[in-house]
Design a protein around this ligand. Sequence first.
Ligand code: ZN
Ligand code: ZN
Ligand code: ZN
Length: 88
Amino acid sequence: MCSQVLLVNRHRACQHNVPLWHNGETFDCNRPDCALSSAHQHPPTYPCRCNRAWSDYIRVSSIIQEQCDPCKEAATAALNNHVNRGRR
Ligand SMILES: [Zn+2]
Ligand SMILES: [Zn+2]
Ligand SMILES: [Zn+2]
């Protein structure tokens, strides 16, 4: 299966990769049974059952020491819950 480079932010605090965008760079798998490959055995218009899905090739664009946004929100929500419960 061919892959597209997907740039991610790597958050070290929670070990999550947050996807940014595909940078347009691709890797050809050179398989005749992959419709995305230049080695594809059928003409482009032929309704074959070959693979047409891209896979993601994860490339870390930048490393961030903090948690990702969902983790931060979850942490804040848990903290608020805790505070609310503490007030009751
Ligand atoms: Zn392929
Ligand atoms: Zn095909
Ligand atoms: Zn996270």
